[in-house]
Design a binder for this molecule. Structure first.
Ligand code: NAD
Length: 378
């Protein structure tokens, strides 16, 4: 992961100019195109679209609820929760009516509620398919948290249901709205450091206690499904492609009593077209959060790479500093903007499915003792 000795950096002047362009790109806290759309769409002071959150766990509580206080095109309009009491507390805190609290069993009733335009599914991975399909049947646009589902087959069902209902489906890929990752996209495209051919990354955290994340039916897998997916996303963005082959191996478990249904640590290599490779890993027994991409003329390293805040970027030409942005608010405003304008979301269900194809190949290779598994060509 260390910078190689042979780095050849672009000139400082080129680098500073690019950084300025990058900063301008996210002026106003929204990416260029989105900033213009937001300005246009908020001009007449039209009513914001209503969002209902499904599942009021940590991510909804810590990030999505608060982000809905910052969004400009959509507003918090209801919840689907297993606890009515919790729903009432949320309705008082966020100011939506108590009639807009549903249970998982009654969520089909949102169909007749005009307050709700978008349903945001934030339940355990193994429930995403059920909740997305129910939302689509109710005629609502849907954002689904990552990973999109437990399997590619479920992704197909979800996409088919949304297509049939004529609603848009997006995946909660907040890093597509983060300026540090947008800079990674830019470098991949403009090739300041040459084509980014040597990629590596890890996302790991120390998992302590029994919970749905290590129950296969609800999680679909271990750290790979939970956080390793971020390395997959970053690598596909840096390579601007889907991998063509995977080799993977699961490491021996240090706490087999806890990880008796899912992997504890997994390492994998992604081969992309044109000889681009990514060495990746994800674990529930250590702390690591980084991504690195190297071309013939330089490198970029993000560490921490995948946080809601505090992403840090080093390059062979010096450090980069971008303003913090409200990732989730931008993500939800962009999806709303897509609905209002008919533009396709940059983070569609098909992208979530692509990543599930990779994840299934990683598990398959690991199960086959590290055999190289080829992915279907797009
Ligand atoms: P959590 O455990 O904190 O919350 C899960 C919620 O689902 C809870 O409200 C729980 O009551 C509800 N639930 C409904 N049925 C359940 C069942 N059968 N078993 C367990 N819980 C059930 O989880 P979380 O961290 O909020 O994660 C929820 C989803 O959001 C996951 O898919 C996760 O991958 C995703 N997530 C995404 C990000 C991100 O940065 N995009 C961050 C965290 C979590």
């Amino acid at each position: 992961m260390n910078p190689p000795a042979h780095d050849v950096s672009p000139s400082r002047r080129t680098f500073v100019r690019n950084m300025t362009l990058g900063a301008a790109f996210i002026a106003g806290g929204a990416t260029g195109g989105l900033a213009a759309e937001l300005a246009e769409l908020t001009k007449g002071g039209e009513k914001k679209l209503g969002v209902a959150l499904v599942g009021l766990g940590l991510y909804s509580r810590g990030e999505l609820g608060p982000a809905l206080r910052q969004t400009r095109l959509c507003r918090f309009a209801g919840v689907i929760t297993g606890s009515r009491e919790k729903g009432v507390k949320w309705s008082r805190s966020y100011g939506f009516p108590e009639k807009n609290i549903w249970s998982y069993d009654s969520m089909h009733e949102i169909a007749s509620n005009p307050d709700i335009d978008i349903v945001y599914v934030v339940t355990p991975n193994g429930l995403h398919a059920e909740h997305v399909v129910k939302s689509a049947l109710a005629g609502k646009h849907v954002i689904c948290e990552k990973p999109m589902a437990n399997t590619v087959a479920e992704c197909d069902q979800m996409m088919a249901a949304c297509r049939k209902a004529g609603v848009q489906l997006s995946v909660g890929y907040r890093l597509h709205y983060d300026p540090n990752h947008i800079e990674l996209d830019r470098l991949a495209r403009v090739k300041d450091f040459g084509a980014l051919t040597r990629l590596s990354g890890e996302h790991s955290w120390t998992f302590q206690q029994r919970a749905w994340r290590i129950e296969r039916s609800l999680s679909g897998g271990g750290p790979l499904m939970d956080v390793g997916i971020y390395v997959i996303q970053a690598a596909c963005r840096a390579a601007m492609a889907q991998p063509i082959a995977i080799t993977a191996r699961e490491l021996p478990k240090t706490r087999p009593e806890l990880f008796n249904e899912v992997e504890e640590t997994i390492e994998w290599t992604m081969e992309f077209p044109g000889g681009v490779t990514c060495e990746a890993s994800s674990s529930y027994n250590r702390e690591n959060n980084l991504f690195r991409a190297e071309g013939a003329k330089g490198w970029i390293r993000l560490s921490p790479a995948y946080g809601y805040r505090g992403i840090e970027v080093e390059t062979s030409a010096g450090p980069l500093k971008f303003p913090e942005v409200p990732q989730q608010a931008l993500q939800m405003d962009d999806f709303t903007s897509c609905i209002l304008t008919g533009r396709e979301t940059p983070v569609p269900g098909s992208m979530g499915r692509d990543h599930m194809v990779i994840i299934e190949a990683i598990y398959k290779s690991a199960a086959l003792g590290g055999r190289r598994v080829e992915l279907p060509r797009a």
